[in-house]
Write a protein that binds this ligand. Structure first.
Ligand SMILES: Nc1ncnc2c1ncn2[C@@H]1O[C@H](COP(=O)(O)OP(=O)(O)O)[C@@H](O)[C@H]1O
Ligand SMILES: [Mg+2]
Length: 275
């Protein structure tokens, strides 16, 4: 099933926020969701596990060679999780010194997909300078890029597009850019409006609905829940739902085989594979 990397060269742009909200929303639609926390900061793990700490799944799978079913844990909303910790970075560094990291990481994720059979695998990515970044990206089918809408942030999106092109050239495979998700948007400010126009100018229909700057989203992270639980009627809740619906639509219309269908996207009463 498709592996989607949620990534941006920059930190603090909302990668983990988007990963956790997509995971929560898809899981409550009845889909089997697997999150692989590939960031050594392990924020997705803390969020999905109420602050509990876990050993790094990447270390246990790539270096200690454990079985994926022993490493899997179940997080909030029934989301399957391959947890992260600071050992995740050590795993990627060790791997790079040992042998071919591109093959090893791709094989690890393929195996997780085969054994655990999720409908979707979301990869919460580390920063671009971190070990394992290019290898993880190589292993993904699709790429989602959350971004702020400052001028320099737009360079970060271009950097991701360039990295994808480079991977394609050098390794013969790269994820397809699924969408760019503007985040922290202040709709009524002129500069954000201008930068959004620039973003659409560069990436056209790949620009997804914008998520507003909202205290409700930072509260969701603080309290280990999602924005719909904090305030279902707020703008950020509505925007995040639009983003999730867009995700389902794109997956359903993608050419790769996947378990997504429009039927599954219409509501939990029709959902299959409930956890
Ligand atoms: N739209 C938003 N409005 C307000 N705060 C947000 C928004 N998106 C994310 N945040 C907060 O910004 C911080 C960074 O977000 P995070 O998802 O951890 O970024 P990344 O994973 O890219 O480093 C977190 O404290 C998160 O709660
Ligand atoms: Mg993060």
């Amino acid at each position: 099933m498709p592996t989607i990397a949620i990534s941006n060269q920059k930190g603090g742009v909302g990668k983990t926020t988007l990963t956790v909200h997509l995971a929560a929303w898809l899981a409550t639609q009845g889909l089997r969701v697997l999150v692989a926390d590939a960031d050594p900061q392990a924020n997705a793990t803390a969020w999905l596990c109420g602050g509990e700490r876990h050993q790094s799944a990447f270390w246990r799978l790539l270096i200690a060679r454990e079985k994926v079913e022993n490493v899997l844990i179940t997080g909030r909303w029934g989301v399957g999780l391959l947890p992260g910790s600071d050992e995740t970075g050590d795993a990627f560094i060790t791997l790079a010194a040992l042998h071919r990291p591109f093959d090893a990481i791709a094989q690890m994720l393929r195996q997780a997909n085969q054994v655990l059979q999720p409908n979707v695998l979301l990869l919460d990515m580390p920063p671009s300078k971190a070990a394992g970044f290019r290898e993880l990206l190589f292993a993904a089918d699709y790429l989602l890029v959350p971004t702020q809408v400052e001028r320099l942030s737009l360079h970060g999106v271009q950097y991701m597009a360039d990295t994808v092109a480079e991977l394609q050239r050098e390794q013969g495979h790269a994820p397809r850019l699924l969408g760019v998700v503007p985040n922290f948007v202040r709709a009524r400010t002129i500069d954000h409006g201008d930068h959004l126009v620039d973003l659409v100018g560069s990436f056209g229909p790949l620009v997804w609905p914008a998520i507003p700057l909202s205290i409700r989203l930072s509260e969701a992270a603080t309290y280990g829940t999602h924005v719909w639980a904090r305030d279902p009627g707020c703008e950020a809740a509505k925007a995040m739902e639009q983003v999730c619906r867009r995700f389902i639509e794109n997956m359903a219309s993608s050419q790769r085989p996947s378990a997504f269908s429009r039927q599954e996207a219409t509501g939990s009463e029709q959902a299959t594979n409930s956890q």
